[in-house]
Design a protein around this ligand. Structure first.
Ligand code: PEP
Ligand code: MG
Length: 322
């Protein structure tokens, strides 16, 4: 079994009916790259940059960040690398950054909200990213986008920093795609409008599920409501994929759900383009996808979307694809 998986390391991910999907890895630091390469990832679908900021006494400098981003881009040798701007707040805090005490941190001052409010912090990271962009295939992604205004503001700041660097003679790639995480139901509902302005979406199901079901992802008492296969969640995901494709944009998923063997047949059928997961899940997912037909899976999309419970969906998938 292990030897069979090992054979897949150097292969692309192709379904039984010949469709290519991209299997990428989630990373938290440059130390995760060894595992990414060993498991044959076709890219990095999510670099959670908050870990660069954690476990230290002060903000990482622009230069420190540049070195880390460059290292990831170089080691991936031209494969796509999606780097997410700082997603701090919620459950993640920095000892050196004063944060307000909040009643509902997951509904509070977090991620892009904090970055748009603390622009020096944000601009420093964007400059480091733009400088690194000439060393590989960089895509920049903003987390926790709820409104179009937030995206436009973040993009405008990025453009300003790009112009500033160019004016000072620093090389910046002009191939950098700029996308957003879809992890807030409002953004999923407005995906058709976002799709006209972004280059790509990556669906963050860890948060999208908690916000859709109103069930804190850290709270054991309500864990029974945290249901990845609930049709409410699946309808949002489907809508996002449809909206992106209608505008010719690609859609990935970087939440835990992307590596889940029960979810994969549903997501493949819906047309998801990129699946990003922990490195250890990549080869099993490649094997699973290689045995599946996308056309066949697509025939079940409407059935699944019309079901009334998570339990029903799970049972159906196991019966149909198991
Ligand atoms: C998500 O919300 O699905 C996600 C990938 O981001 P994080 O888990 O870092 O919140
Ligand atoms: Mg998230």
């Amino acid at each position: 079994h292990k030897a069979e998986l090992a054979k897949l390391v150097t292969q692309q991910t192709v379904t039984a009916d010949g469709h290519h999907v991209e299997l990428a890895a989630n990373i938290g630091s440059t130390q995760d790259l060894a595992g990414v390469l060993e498991n044959g990832a076709e890219g990095v679908g999510l670099f959670r940059t908050e870990f660069l900021y954690m476990g230290r006494e002060d903000f990482p400098t622009e230069e420190e960040q540049f070195q880390a981003y460059r290292q990831v881009l170089e080691q991936m040798e031209g494969k796509p690398v999606v780097i997410r701007t700082l997603d701090i707040g919620g459950d993640k805090h920095l000892s050196y950054l004063d944060m307000p005490h909040e009643m509902n941190p997951f509904l509070g001052f977090r991620a892009i909200r904090l970055c748009l409010d603390n622009q020096e912090l944000f601009r420093t990271q964007l400059r480091a990213l733009l400088r690194a962009s000439v060393h590989g295939n960089l895509k920049i992604m903003f987390p926790m986008i709820a409104t179009l205004e937030e995206f436009r503001q973040a993009k405008a700041i990025l453009e300003e920093e790009k112009k500033g660097l160019q004016a000072s003679g620093t090389a910046v790639s002009d191939q950098v795609e700029v996308g957003i995480m879809i992890e807030i139901p409002a953004a999923a509902m407005m995906a058709d409008q976002f799709a006209k302005e972004v280059d790509f979406f990556s669906i963050g199901t860890n948060d999208l599920i908690q916000y859709t079901m109103a069930a804190d992802r850290m709270n054991e008492r309500v864990a029974y409501l945290y249901q990845p296969y609930h049709p409410a969640v699946l309808r949002l995901i489907h809508q996002v994929i449809q909206a992106a494709h209608a505008q010719g944009k690609w859609v990935g998923m970087c939440g835990e759900m992307a590596g889940d063997p029960v979810a994969i047949p549903i997501l493949l059928g819906m047309g998801l383009d990129e699946f990003s997961m922990s490195a250890a899940s990549i080869l099993p997912a490649r094997q699973l996808l290689g045995r599946m037909s996308r056309e066949e899976a697509a025939k079940h999309t409407n059935t699944v979307l019309s079901m009334s419970s998570s339990h029903q969906v799970e049972e159906f998938v196991q019966r149909t694809f198991g």
